[in-house]
Design a protein. Sequence first.
Length: 376
Amino acid sequence: MTSALKLFIVAGEPSGDRIAADLVARLRQRVPLVLAGVGGDELKAMGLVSLYPMSDLSVMGISDVLRRLPLLLWRVEQTARHIVAGQPDVVVLVDAQDFSKLVAKRLKALGHKGTRILYAAPTVWARAPERAAKLKPLFDEVLAVLPFEPAVMHRLGGPPTSYVGHPALAEGLTHVEGPDAGPLILLPGSREGELRRHLPLFRAVIDTLAGHPALERVVIPTLPALAARIGQAVADWPLPVEVVADRAERRALYGRAIAAVSVAGTATLELAMARVPMVVSYVMDSHQARAFERLGRPMVSLPNIILDRDAVTELVQSRPDPAAIVASLSALLDNKKARQDQIAAFGELEDLMECGEADFPRQDPADRVLSYWSGA
């Protein structure tokens, strides 16, 4: 009889929660599983009793981190001690790069000898390449969600890294031609700072475009935990806004949408897999703005980063500029060829994501986790 794999998994934000839940589902198809850790709605649906609320870790930008630093440091200590006490077979820390690194360092200091895996590679290809080698003593392996990352980590002397794809691939829709009219999708983010900066900006965009003939309605897909908060925020917008928290309903919506405006992040990859033309927006806090300029204003949306070209328009702003978004979105809505060009680029993107690179083909993340377990 196969023994049960004891897995401790930590997801620090909604995108990581989805990645973690996908891994748990894959593992459960293969072996009995004893699950512990930290997560949100997706992991809770898989039976996880979260050690503490995932929202404690969902911060973005130095300002948000500084405001919550005492709590974050306590969560690092709590997580590490819980792992040492529970002695899981494998620890998987999903994204939340700074938190994951601090937990791994604390585990090492406490003498933890078990397997530690980082799921989602840090962006060493965009900034601070020296971080790759510093991860090597902390993690046995990195599971990368972008196809070019294993080669980069290898070149920079980081931990062994495997490309395992991304759950966004499940969003794949293969319509060749987009509609002439349909819902406009708005994705303002999931962190409190993102919502605070982007919801008023998106409202100003809708104020201007409310009468556009291609816009049948406005829809904001979000997490169940945020639906009431967002519904209240959009109650007085000039157009009725539908808030959708069901994943199946979201997928159907993507198949009908004319376009989207999304914050930079995993959502842009999901939209691309569903062949939804988009404008990408991000309003930075002051610390993020300084870092962005120092790094030479790099690309921020995953479709552009993976394709290494400007397939979608990016509007990274230090101050909200609704006129810039209106102009870019209008250009997309008024030009079917512009929308079709994006759809064609997203097909190329999906091919890359499905296969990986020649030297680092796509692997199953469950295979990589089980390779470290003696009970497999």
